[in-house]
Write a protein that binds this ligand. Structure first.
Ligand code: CA
Length: 583
């Protein structure tokens, strides 16, 4: 499902910025509501603790797997990191600070929970339970931590921590921190030099997120617009079609696209829509290699989302398992005039409330552009949060109604006439517990000691769970969460029967989790293989691709006019314009 604050990215942020306050790099508005204690004067957030436990676990397992010392494992891990963005240098910096203590403790076979409490990156807050990922050592956690603390007493690390309020104060990190904070803080997508919202740069909310700009520096040229003077002179809508057919003097745009009912696809969504993914190779010692982290720079600059492989707007072949299929690719195949006309306006943590803000980054000109199909898919954050009293912080049906109506009114003020809006219901997240709780997490595979149940409970304890309601061993709570999700889906459904808008027609569909699972079973797969292995929470690449096919079939069957007709000139477009300038 969606996703909430970026929990797992903290593995890497924590590796590199072990002391950076995670609230600064967490993109989710939810994390503002569910704010754990932050780094300052020795208090560390749940994210820092999680990051520490993950990194120390990886070091421990690397040492075990390669039968090496902890010191060699640390160096090995740094060597795996790409040199770009100076990631390796930063890693060595962190090693210099924390390495000696971690090495000392790991030599004594102290587990990651105990190490992180001993070096004070995990703290037990007053009145809170002792949070741990691994089964507690025989002597008990309190005693183990006391003993470990004696070993690292007076260490350089603890003094270092006391000396800085944030690792971003380190001179070599200032610029990188600023850059990351800028990306995270600005809810509006990256705007390129010409001031429009389309870009010829892939990440930083560039063309991985919306169709590539084919003429940067000109605000009148962008994907999705109706062609200017039939694109006789230039490709004003970046669909790769322009010029005049020398045989008859007719502009190609007029000949191939005039009656094609061209339209774009726009997603308003959350981390599921943006396609949140943490590669399991990043934390599986047995699979870790130089290649494992080659995609880290892209992930860092795409907010750990992979919209270019996603089920609604994906367009590149997946490099993260499974395959790519998307509504955009299908709409493009149906009518090649739609080339590059997609926008993924999603954000980790997207809910009915904060989509109201995010939607302002929509780029659609009511007068100049083609109509669009908007998929509204906030599939979980309205019932998911990390609060101990999670139910009290869920969106109510009344709030949902008000938020969605406001969003639709805004869409009506922006979308060209003839557009379509499809509201998607919330997923039933009970699937997660049912499929995963007794399975081993990637971190637990080497020693068979960490199940998803343990991961869920660790995250809840740290108050950084993306979804306390569903990622819980409490069945009553899981059922309550699903009940509220169903109520909110019903609000969406009801809106589609009671409201009408001048510029678009409106539809509702349930989140097709069951159908996706059915399709996967038909291919011989098992249900648990549809969930992101690292976070145990999001739909993965296979779910995304199968979801695209399920949604497409449904729309084609029930509301075919939404998709427009098949363009009879597709073959000719391909013959004349080949790959239409690529994506
Ligand atoms: Ca064109």
């Amino acid at each position: 499902m969606r996703g909430h604050r970026q929990v797992f990215p903290s593995l890497f942020f924590s590796l590199l910025f072990l002391m950076l306050p995670m609230k600064e790099i967490s993109t989710s508005p939810l994390s503002v509501r569910a704010q754990p204690a932050m780094v300052s004067g020795g208090h560390h957030s749940g994210h820092t603790c999680l990051g520490c436990v993950l990194v120390v676990s990886v070091i421990e397992q690397l040492a075990m797997f390669h039968n090496s010392t902890a010191k060699e494992a640390l160096e090995r891990l740094c060597n795996y990191l790409p040199e770009i963005l100076n990631l390796q240098g930063l890693c060595y910096l962190v090693v210099e600070m924390f390495g000696p203590d971690i090495i000392k403790l790991l030599k004594d076979k102290v587990n990651a929970d105990v190490v992180c409490h001993a070096i004070k990156l995990c703290n037990q807050n007053a009145g809170q339970p002792f949070c741990h990922l691994y089964p507690p050592p025989e002597m008990g956690l309190n005693k183990a931590v006391r003993e470990a603390s004696r070993i690292v007493k007076n260490s350089k690390v603890l003094k270092n921590i006391a000396g800085f309020t944030s690792i971003c104060a380190f001179p070599p990190l200032v610029k990188l921190c600023e850059k990351i904070k800028y990306i995270i803080k600005n809810k509006l997508p990256y705007e390129d030099l010409d001031g429009d919202k389309f870009s010829a740069f892939p990440t930083l909310r560039g063309y991985h997120w919306r169709g590539r700009d084919c003429n940067e520096g000109t605000t009148t040229v962008y994907p999705g617009r109706r062609p200017d003077n039939w694109d006789v002179e230039r490709d004003s809508n970046c669909n790769g079609i322009w010029g005049v057919d020398p045989k008859d003097g007719i502009p190609y745009e007029k000949k191939f696209c005039e009656d094609a009912e061209s339209k774009g696809i726009i997603l308003l969504g959350d981390s599921a829509g943006a396609h949140f993914h943490i590669p399991p190779e990043w934390m599986t010692a047995a699979q870790m290699s130089l290649k494992s982290f080659s995609n880290l720079p892209v992930a860092l600059t795409n907010e750990f989302d992979w919209p270019h492989f996603s089920g609604i707007t994906g367009f590149l072949n997946s490099t993260i398992g499974g395959w790519t299929d998307s509504l955009y690719l299908r709409l493009h195949r149906r009518n090649r005039c739609n080339h590059r006309d997609f926008q993924n306006i999603s954000k980790n943590g997207g809910s009915s409330e904060n989509l109201l803000d995010l939607i302002k980054s929509l780029a659609r000109n009511q007068l100049l552009d083609n109509p669009a199909i908007v998929i509204y898919a906030s599939i979980g954050n309205d019932v998911c949060n990390g609060k101990p009293d999670t139910v009290a912080h869920m969106t109510t049906p009344q709030q949902m109604h008000s938020n969605v109506i406001k969003t639709l009114q805004y869409l009506n003020s922006q979308l060209p006439k003839g557009s379509h809006v499809i509201l998607t219901g919330l997923a039933d997240g009970r699937f997660l517990w049912d499929q995963l709780h007794s399975r081993y997490h990637p971190l637990g595979q080497l020693n068979k000691d960490v199940t998803y149940e343990q991961v869920y409970s660790f995250l809840s304890c740290l108050q950084i769970s993306p979804c306390n309601g569903w990622m819980s061993s409490n069945q009553t709570l899981r059922n309550l969460t699903s009940e509220r999700a169903l109520q909110l889906s019903n609000v969406l459904k009801e809106i589609t029967t009671s409201e009408t808008f001048a510029n678009f027609d409106l539809f509702y569909m349930d989140f097709p989790l069951e159908k996706i699972a059915d399709e996967w079973h038909k291919l011989g797969g098992e249900s648990w293989q549809l969930i992101e292995p690292v976070d145990g929470f999001h739909p993965n690449q296979i779910s995304a691709a199968l979801g695209a096919s399920v949604i497409w079939q449904k729309v084609l069957r029930e509301w075919p006019h939404v998709l427009g007709k098949e363009n009879p000139f597709n073959k000719q477009i391909e013959d004349v314009f080949k790959d239409q300038g690529g994506h």
